[in-house]
Design a protein around this ligand. Structure first.
Ligand code: AHR
Length: 507
């Protein structure tokens, strides 16, 4: 064991509320995310409800999935929604040119997606096509989904079997407009976003929160340009618009795009590099927020990190366009670092969506293409352990004496923490990034009396430990009993390379 460090938490000084939507998800028509992951079809031997896998739904309900972004990603800006409604056997086909150049038969479309969201109990986040779609298409899609009366689009929805309008609280205006979404300049997109947002109408009280495609990582110019294009923000509830939020995308990898690093075979140096790069999310949020603050000091415009996570080289023998990768303890800690950053920036970050939920990139769930077996990844378990942060009030955690290591040109603190409170409970999340050493931590808990505590830990002997159909629980949370009550707090030893949560009962 090494150094002793303390985490000071004022339990009686709650900060901004952590939206449950930062625990959001993303499902693209990419590889085996939709087809095989969520959708198996009604005739499948895999247990399903109207074609949707029951085991996947159950696993995601268990972590209280708050929202699901669909249909892309890059795919969204190629997608024409009218191809995905009506009788399945009559739907036109298209080429999924971004992801494997495969033919998409549109059997999973608007009704199937909305059915999936209802089964999940998740809010839909529909990503509209700005890159190759028309303003009219966008406008019609919103009307089709959300209008109650006998308007042309509502009547069409009814003819396709759905009487009541759906609620679609979140609507994306394009995706990566600086890249696959049109290769646009920030200034060009700022105008288009205003135009498309105008026609993404609220129908009655079925209102949508519009999210304009935002910056790539540290492109602060993009954020600045969009913020500058807002009408002056007024005192009303909602920003003067025409949209309510900007997005941000950032992926963690250890090498260049040509060789992003391997999911399960990595050195200790690459372990730290990945975690150091994941830690960049903190800087990105701070700097994009600073830019946004200049135009919107009241923080009415939301920041939505609607793509984040690890992006490794695909698993050997799999289609390079399908982005299938394994998921280790390292991915779990990448996730926990992101959540710490989202919690710390709860005043600006209103939503985040890991890329992607099933079988693609940093997945929560992997399904075996042959046997259909389902595996929960270490990343899934971080979402489960953090469920208590949903809609809780953030608490600042002051870490004193955290050791650091030099990695990827910056000092990486080896322990990260965040916390929240709700009523008479609090939840503290602790990540030990140290590959080899345990760290003793004192939780210095001030302001309220702690009447009870229990903890869970996620770790494994090897840094690259991961779950497979043969060993589905190689990395799974277990109770952690070694909490010692001391005057004013708790003491514990954080195992090397581990993630630990402490639930506190407050008197
Ligand atoms: O998540 C995979 C892809 O990454 C998305 O389609 C795109 O938006 C991003 O570049």
């Amino acid at each position: 064991m090494s150094t002793s460090l303390s985490a000071v938490i004022d339990l009686d000084l709650p900060g901004p509320r952590i939206s449950r939507h930062v625990y959001g998800h993303f499902a693209e028509h990419l590889g085996r995310c939709i087809y095989g992951g969520f959708w198996v079809g009604e005739d499948s031997a895999t247990p399903n409800v109207r074609g949707i896998r029951s085991d996947v739904v159950e696993a995601l309900r268990a972590v209280r999935i708050p929202n699901l972004r669909w249909p892309g990603g890059c795919f969204a800006d190629d997608y024409h929604w009218e191809d995905g409604i009506g009788p399945r056997d009559q739907r036109p086909r298209m080429v999924n040119s971004h992801w494997g150049d495969v033919v998409e038969d549109n059997s999973f479309g608007t009704h199937e997606f909305m059915d999936l969201c209802e089964l999940l109990g998740a809010d839909p986040y529909v990503s509209g096509n700005v890159g190759s779609g028309t303003v009219r298409e966008m406008s019609d899609w919103v009307e089709y989904l959300t209008r109650a009366d006998d308007s042309p689009m509502a009547a069409r929805r009814r003819a396709n079997g759905r009487d009541e309008p759906w609620r679609v609280p979140f609507w994306g205006l394009g995706n990566e407009a600086w890249g696959c979404g049109g290769n646009l300049r920030a200034e060009q997109f700022a105008s288009l976003a205003r135009q498309y947002a105008t026609y993404t109408r609220d129908h009655g009280d079925n209102t949508v929160y519009r999210i304009a495609a935002g910056a790539n990582a540290d492109d602060y110019h993009w954020t600045e340009t969009l913020m500058r294009s807002f009408d002056p923000l007024d005192e009303d509830e909602r920003p003067a618009g025409p949209y309510q939020a900007l997005s941000l995308h950032y992926y963690t990898m250890t090498g260049p795009w040509s060789d992003k690093g391997d999911a399960t075979r990595f050195t200790e140096d690459e372990w730290y590099r990945a975690l150091s790069r994941a830690g960049r999310m903190e800087t990105l949020l701070a700097r994009h927020s600073t830019v946004m603050d200049r135009y919107d000091p009241q923080k009415k415009v939301g920041l939505v990190v609607d793509e984040w996570g690890t992006w490794w080289n695909v698993e050997k023998g799999t289609n390079p366009g399908f982005l299938y990768q394994q998921n280790t303890l390292r991915d779990a800690l990448v996730a926990s670092l992101h959540f710490d950053a989202f919690h710390r920036h709860a005043d600006r970050v209103v939503m985040a969506n890991i890329a992607q939920t099933v079988n693609v990139l940093q997945a929560m769930i992997l399904t075996d293409p042959e046997s259909g077996a389902l595996v929960l990844t270490p990343t899934y378990h971080v979402f489960a352990m953090n469920a208590g942060h949903h809609d809780a009030d953030s608490l600042a955690v002051h870490l004193k004496g955290a050791p650091e290591i030099e990695s990827d040109g910056r000092a990486l603190p080896l322990v990260s923490a965040s916390a929240s409170t709700r009523g008479d409970t609090a939840l503290v999340s602790l990540s030990n990034l140290d590959a080899t050493r345990d760290h003793a931590v004192t939780l210095d808990l001030r302001g309220r009396t702690v009447s009870g505590a229990r903890a869970r830990v996620l770790t494994a002997p090897a840094l690259a430990a991961h779950n497979t159909p043969e060993a589905p629980e190689a990395v799974t949370p277990v109770p952690f009993d070694d909490l010692r009550q001391v005057p004013g707090g708790l003491e514990l030893v954080l195992p090397a390379h581990s993630y630990l949560t402490v639930e506190l009962e407050l008197a």
